[in-house]
Design a protein around this ligand. Structure first.
Ligand SMILES: NC(=O)c1ccc[n+]([C@@H]2O[C@H](COP(=O)([O-])OP(=O)(O)OC[C@H]3O[C@@H](n4cnc5c(N)ncnc54)[C@H](O)[C@@H]3O)[C@@H](O)[C@H]2O)c1
Length: 271
């Protein structure tokens, strides 16, 4: 997959187009405490780095403590505060213990990003119920657990932001990812409802649905189907997936660019 043109590349600098942000922008989240799950690598790592670059204090939460430590060390090198927190989002007690530790060491949590995710790509008819259980436990139950652990704290302080990472798969489906897509769609319904329940406490709940993004998860899912990945990359490059994103080896695209062709969902998983 390395060398593919067009898939959003998160390494080494996830957001080259945001380099040199204004001082005001860098202060936007000054001293806010953010916890990002699944931030050892990939999209979660990029989110954590971005929040830190805007002044937030970061809790890098992941089941992979070595990866989480690497991300937090990287953040600390920029001068921002960060801690690595080992937690398995599929376990409510881990989420509660993790939130306790973050509040003890960094302060009250202002921002929760539910990013941790996991999948096995295979036709639904071939999949085993044990696999469904794990996909549901991490991708859906993980969001419930972290919201259950953290939303009451935000509620008592009458402020907070919750952002959950769903997927394009939730909106348009994705071949080989039926259970994952179902979980990602569930996140949308859950978040719309939670948003209604906690709005009166000044808490915002939002969902982001990324398209294919070059991470370990996508690499694993597409193993042996690099041709498909290349086709997806080309279609993304020809389309307009994100505002002002620097595509590797490609031109910087902006919202003003024409969108001749959206990625074809049947080309492969939406992730
Ligand atoms: N990569 C894509 O193309 C894509 C597209 C749409 C949505 N997403 C979503 O974005 C999120 C991040 O995906 P990514 O591509 O960066 O994946 P990734 O595999 O690179 O990173 C996922 C992270 O989650 C962690 N994790 C897995 N299970 C966990 C658990 N039980 N508890 C805590 N942490 C756990 C992993 O250790 C890893 O650090 C996921 O929710 C994924 O579904 C990814």
């Amino acid at each position: 997959m390395d060398g593919v043109v067009g898939v959003l590349d998160l390494t080494p600098n996830p957001f080259p187009c945001w380099e040199g942000g204004s001082e005001k922008q860098m202060e936007r989240l000054k001293d806010k405490v953010a916890i990002v799950t699944g931030a050892a690598q990939g999209i979660g790592r990029a989110i954590a780095m971005r929040l830190a670059s805007e002044g937030a204090k970061l809790a890098v939460a992941d089941i992979d403590i070595d990866g989480a430590t690497r991300t937090s060390e990287e953040i600390k090198k920029t001068g921002a505060a960060a801690i690595a927190v080992k937690l398995d989002v599929s376990r409510l007690q881990d989420a509660i213990d993790g939130a306790d530790r973050v509040e003890r060491e960094l302060g009250p949590i202002d921002i929760l990003v539910n990013n941790a995710g996991w999948d096995v790509v295979e036709p639904f008819v071939d999949s085993a119920p044990e696999t469904w259980d794990k996909i549901i436990a991490i991708n859906y139950r993980g969001v419930l657990n972290c919201c259950k652990a953290i939303a009451p704290r935000m509620q008592s302080r009458k402020r907070g932001k919750i952002v959950s990472i769903s997927s394009d798969a939730a909106r348009v489906g994705s071949t080989g990812e039926a259970v994952y897509a179902g979980c990602k769609a569930a996140i949308i319904g859950f978040s719309k409802t939670l948003a209604r329940e906690v709005a009166r406490y000044g808490i915002n709940v939002n969902v982001v649905c990324p398209g294919p993004t070059q991470t370990a998860l996508l690499k694993t899912a597409m193993a042996g189907r690099e041709g498909v990945l290349e086709a997806m990359a080309k279609s993304i490059k020809n389309g307009d997936p994100l505002p002002a994103v620097q595509l590797r080896d490609g031109p910087k695209q902006t919202r003003q660019d024409p969108s001749p062709r959206a990625p074809n969902r049947d080309d492969g998983p939406a992730r």
